[in-house]
Structure formats: C-alpha cells, structure tokens
Design a protein around this ligand. Sequence first.
Ligand code: SF4
Ligand code: SF4
Length: 210
Amino acid sequence: MYGVGIFKGLGVTIRHFVNTYVDDLKWGVKRYQTDEGFEARQSPDTTGIVTISYPEERMAVPERFRFVPFLVTNEPDDPEEPNASWCTSCGICAKVCPPQCIWIVRGEDPETGRPIPDPAEFYIDIDICMNCGYCAEFCPFDAIKMDHNYELSSYDRTTAHIHDKERLSKPISYWQKIAPTRAEEERLAREHKEAAKAIKKAMRKRKKSA
Ligand code: SF4
Ligand code: SF4
C-alpha cells in the first residue's frame, strides 16, 4: 500500500522522541551530571537521545562501523617479530579496491633482489577511499582492517590524506579493542586453519612412510 513507508518513518521518529524522555525519567539528573550518565548517553545501547554535544561528547560506534582501513602488525613487545606487519604484499586488496586508492611497493631481499612477503611501502589515499571494506573482506591474512577513527579532516590538501605504511600500521591489540567479537572469531578461524594444515601435513608424512 502506498504511503506505508512514511508512517513507518514517523513511527521511528516518535519512538526516539518518547524514548528520550523515558531515559531522562529513568536516570533523572544523573543522566547529565555524572560520569556514569555521560557514558550511558554515548553508548551504542542508548535508546532515545540522538543528538549530542559534539566534540565534547562522542557517540560510541558499533563494532561493525567502518572507516578508513589500517594495517595490522604484531605487538611492539612480540618476542619473535616486534611490530612486524601481517601484510604479505600479495596485492589482493589493491586489486579489489573499487576506486583503486591502494598502492603497494613490494619489498625485496637486499641480497638476492627477490621479492619478499613484506611491503616496502603501502599507501592509501583516504580522500578517494569510500570505506567499502572490500580490502578487509578479501585480505587472506587478516592484515587490513577497517578503523573506527572518523576524525581525520585536516586543512592540508596535499599529502596529509595519503596515509603511508607507518601511519596505517596499528598493533593487533587495537583491533581486539575496537572489534572484540570479530577479532576473536578471526583468531579462532586462524587457529582452525593452522590445525587443519598440521593434520594434512601429518597425513602426507604418514602416507609417504607407509
Ligand atoms: S590483501 Fe592483505 S596481505 Fe595482501 S597486500 Fe592487501 S593487506 Fe597485504
Ligand atoms: S575500504 Fe574500499 S575504497 Fe577504501 S581502500 Fe579498502 S577497498 Fe579501497
């Protein structure tokens, strides 16, 4: 029936309007005068209020929120390879990126000159990036993820918005903090993959020795 969408939309607006007052009644003055109330108003679970006093207040973003990508690295205190990038410079993200805003320069072994699985340079032009998340979806190594930091504007119109490898790199603990559910799912999937690989290897060995 024509016009149903309009009434549905109005229903959402009215629900938010009413919930704002319901939350106010529930919290009382605590909602605006205590740290606890401040946190609750900024949480993604807040129901009514939909306008905030930005930038003093910031609405928390949901886990699946996505903004410009970043590159995942090991922790600085990793016992084996501190700060090592997870990126193997396979180039898949650059290939699938719809506006083609990723540039990768593959690293080379200084002695042999052969390519190594580590990018020498990695750039993303964040003015062109449309935050689609394809790069993160397609990366086979969980090495590129979508960030939650949306405050990237600047007055510089030249290079400030071309993020290089250094600026893009963030430790895995950052991803675990902003997206704990997904990070855990991915960790389990990686473990499962490693276990499956080990089983296959053991089976091949057994076949050979049989
Ligand atoms: S797809 Fe992943 S591993 Fe491959 S170049 Fe992009 S970030 Fe690196
Ligand atoms: S989020 Fe989309 S547009 Fe941005 S770099 Fe990744 S694939 Fe390209």
